[in-house]
Write a protein that binds this ligand. Sequence first.
Ligand code: ATP
Ligand code: MG
Length: 659
Amino acid sequence: MSTIDSVLTETRVFQPSAEFVKQANVPGMAAYQALCDEAERDFEGFWARLARETLQWSKPFTRTLDESNAPFYKWFDDGELNVSYNCLDVNLANGNADKVAIIFESDDGAVTKVTYRELHARVGRFANGIKALGYKKGDRSIIYMPMSIEAVVAMQACARLGITHSVVFGGFSAKSLQERIVDVGATLVITADEQVRGGKTIPLKPAVEEAFAMGGCEAVKNVVVYRRTGGKVAWTEGRDLWMHDVEKGQSDQCEPVQVEAEHPLFVLYTSGSTGKPKGVQHSSAGYLLWAALTMKWTFDLKPSDVYWCTADVGWVTGHTYIAYGPLAVGATQIVFEGVPTYPNAGRFWETIQKHRCSIFYTAPTAIRSLIKAAEASPDHHPKKYDLSSLRVIGSVGEPINPEAWMWYYNNVGGERCPVVDTWWQTETGGHMITPLPGATGLKPGSCTLPLPGIMAAIVDETGEDVELGKGGFLVVKRPWPAMIRTIWGDPERFKKSYYPEELGGTCYLAGDGANRDTDGYFWIMGRIDDVLNVSGHRLGTMEVESALVAHPMVAEAAVVGRPDDLTGEAVVAFVVLKRARPDDAEAAEIAKELRNWVAKEIGPIAKPKEIRFGDNLPKTRSGKIMRRLLRVVAQGESVTQDVSTLENPAILEQLGKAL
Ligand code: ATP
Ligand code: MG
């Protein structure tokens, strides 16, 4: 039976303060349990109640869940609404018109604020402009823009007209852009002349030209360009239009196009950590419902909060927790153009201090790099800033190693703010397994418990539940409103990837390995594809990596398996130290120490056979470690896989050399 063995134990627990519990949206474990019980008792009734209470419907739904064509589930499918109406117009009606919706902080620190009234007007003008160009419900657009108010306007304007958008991260190359334009069949591209990151300008419009030159983009009729820098760009008369010209003379009022609940709001490609990116198709109503609810549940969002999610709109986190969720609940949010280390490693902390940010949500990769930076430049340590406005801090994207969690909790959260470690995926649309800050006791490195209505479980390869303490496949046994509807244009790949026959065909397979402890807490152990098999023991990557990261010298670590005559597979570790990369003699010393350290921390079975040191690890552009490439590198082979989302190809060569 292919369960996964757990070797790491973590016993620290942090309970929310009584004060926090008292004011929380979900106050205490009894309140959490009551919601879970309601979902258990009357699954459809639970979701129907929330959908009616949370969203404004132009045509109320009468059917909640349609399972007749599983796993192609439909939610609320005879209802109609408009997503942009639910994010903007409702806020004009409920007293938020003059509330700041977005505080935009540019790379150079300039601040622009827009209220809900202003945002509504801008979206209205831009939507009217693209409508006048002939775009309508059912069309697809590509949005290839920097972090900006304009990117949110573009997404919301598409939603207002029923145009399905596909946002491509501004750091992606022309080739990735071209593939996505072709795959979604886009007729409209919205971009910018250039973007600004870390004091440098990076061209965007030229990448669009390059993508077009590769062919296959002939269906695109217009390229709309937001003028960010005024840099010189090539121009095709008739096809290319400035965003401000498209808006010019248009009315602020744009009648929202009501769409069916299941109408595809967007298609977004996964990060490509484990293979070629998949075009994940999301719905309108179910998706927005979960975006709004999780803002209130997971972040405990209140009207007075200043919320900041540091993700890019090119990732699902930037969709659900920037472009849609915060607006759907009338929040004030910071949208940040820059990078965490410019002009110095204190940029995040200074920005929190400046805007009195109260809810902060970032990724483990940023936390790890800032731990390293804070040690190197103590002046920019979070402790040097006034972070007293913070009340909830969150993490998303990868497992957060317990030691990084503790650093975040102590130094950023002031030992006061609950850390919400949110496990979810592009495919899930929103948070799935996460603490509720006013209810859940926290354990560093655990994403804790499933949200109400999310029937998460851990099973073996036959679909049987594994016993507590054993690792297996993380699955979700019942559908949920924000789930992926299909892979764009490839329903067969959708079924095969997420609803395999081996598990019965109606159980969502996440692709991650996990275990549950005796309190029922979930611990993500790494990707199923990355599980190590050493002397008959199946080990997740997370625990071995966490043991390495717990060593005071180590900033980051990734482990992979390599075929081995003796043990089946041997553990090979790739390590980034907090200090500079050691020379060979020193590396041998440190490697020996780290091998012994792992043996002592979690047992000899997990002891790496080989350790290599690098300046960095191969990561996706969203900051995730790509272990599938390290597996190839560890075997001394050259990489022939899809590397379109790899951020730093040069690192493969550095890590390819054994000591
Ligand atoms: P691909 O599917 O193309 O391989 P990806 O899985 O990295 O790429 P995303 O949808 O961006 O694409 O990431 C989802 C994955 O990120 C999860 O399956 C999980 O492995 C990891 N992840 C996200 N949040 C957490 C978390 N809080 N704890 C542990 N892992 C997390
Ligand atoms: Mg994935």
